[in-house]
Design a protein around this ligand. Structure first.
Ligand SMILES: *Cc1c(COP(=O)(O)O)cnc(C)c1O
Length: 386
């Protein structure tokens, strides 16, 4: 035991020395553009609450009403007695929202990705993933037992070469719609055409697109004019733009029934609290109806990019709420993050293994809750800190 303990300690010390150590900061109060840490108020540019719904009074009220009606815990897995009316209604609303026959709720996006990939694929099959896909899709691919191949980021030639060389019976291509650490969009139409040509499944994880872009917040597929036929498997999360918690897979009847039978991260886990599902129905209505949330966010994105370019900041090719500033090494990224925090800004320092070594960055996220003055202040602070 002592030897094992010493090994952990030396691994942790090495992480520190490499500037890769992760630590948490405790937020006192709700998520938002302004947050409190250790009694001090900060401007927060690190949240995925893109539309400012996590602390919206109507969503809070719906959660309270949901708790009055359904209690707190769901008490069982969906297949036993944990599937409540609140879950069922939300699934129907999400199916309708995404224009698909069915939707299935999962407790988290991580679990949805593990569940869908390990249900559709097994040993002998092949999965093709963008190099920058979210960790949960990479892990889902590994868990499935299929041969995992990673193609170059957004590179359809690299993908097609790998697909053409594969003789697997079942093939699946999976990509983020909007990449979580880069903010750029995948070329979904081209990928959809390639997957059709090679008779492969196509799955899109739209954690950062749904709610935020497209007409009525219908995400990257709507934004790029893709149909259900182009993308048979759609995954969305509810903890980001929806401001609540959970995730879903949307698709046709056969896909969803298959997941109910086979997805172990659906079957062997407690259903998420029904009150959360009830609150999510309210945020779904708000995000569809309140166009101004997306418009205001788009204005802030434009303002930030213009200001950053004028200040010679190294932006990455993103038009979304995720605006990374490339720094290029872990030590510098961390020290800039600390400098910004001293000035009153919270920004994520993204290091390896989350992104490839050499592409360490500040991950700035803008939200509907920010004001133009906040963005001006951020640009000033970046100019002084870089
Ligand atoms: C956040 C995220 C997930 C995981 O969703 P959770 O509900 O937080 O588990 C999956 N995929 C992508 C692209 C994400 O950004």
């Amino acid at each position: 035991m002592d030897v094992a303990q010493e090994k952990l300690k030396s691994d942790l010390a090495q992480r520190h020395a490499d500037h890769l150590y992760r630590s948490r900061q405790t937020i006192d109060g709700p998520q938002g553009a302004r947050i409190i840490i250790d009694g001090k108020k900060y401007l927060n540019f690190s949240s995925n609450d893109y539309l400012g719904l996590a602390n919206h009074p109507d969503v809070i009220k719906a959660l309270q009403q949901g708790a009055e009606k359904y209690g707190v815990g769901s008490g069982a897995a969906h297949l036993i007695s944990g599937h409540s009316m609140a879950h069922h209604v939300l699934e129907e609303e999400l199916a309708n929202f995404t224009g698909r026959q069915r939707a299935l709720l999962f407790s988290t996006g991580y679990m949805a990705n593990l569940g869908v990939l390990s249900s559709l694929l097994q040993k002998g099959d092949a999965i093709f993933e963008d190099k920058f896909n979210h960790a949960s899709m990479i892990d889902g691919g590994l868990l499935s037992g299929a041969r995992l191949q990673r193609y170059l980021h957004n590179d359809t030639h690299s993908l097609e070469k790998k697909l053409a060389a594969s003789s697997a019976d079942t093939k699946l291509v999976a990509t983020d719609g909007i990449f979580s650490m880069d903010g750029d969009a995948a070329p979904l139409k081209e990928i959809a055409n390639i997957t059709k040509k090679h008779s492969a499944w196509f799955m899109v994880d739209d954690a950062h697109g749904l709610g935020v872009i497209g007409e009525q917040g219908k995400g990257t597929l709507a934004h790029q004019n893709l149909t259900t036929d182009d993308v048979p498997v759609l995954m969305g999360t509810l903890g980001k733009a929806f401001g609540t918690f959970g995730a879903f897979i949307a698709g046709d009847e056969t896909l969803i029934e298959t997941l109910i039978q086979k997805a172990r991260t659906y079957i062997y886990t407690t259903a998420l609290p029904p009150a959360i599902a009830h609150a999510t129905s309210t945020s779904l209505k708000l995000l569809q109806k309140e166009y101004w949330r997306r418009e205001h966010l788009q204005d802030l994105i434009k303002q930030f990019k213009q200001g950053a370019i004028q200040s010679d900041l190294k932006l990455m090719p993103s038009d979304t709420a995720i605006q990374p500033v490339l720094i290029g090494n872990a030590e510098k990224t961390l020290s800039i993050k600390h400098k910004l925090q001293e000035k009153g800004f919270i920004i994520g320092a993204i290091r390896t293994p989350t992104v490839p070594a050499g592409s360490e960055r500040l991950r700035i996220t803008l939200t509907t809750s920010h004001q133009p003055e906040d963005v001006d202040q951020l640009i000033d602070a970046l100019r002084q800190s870089l």
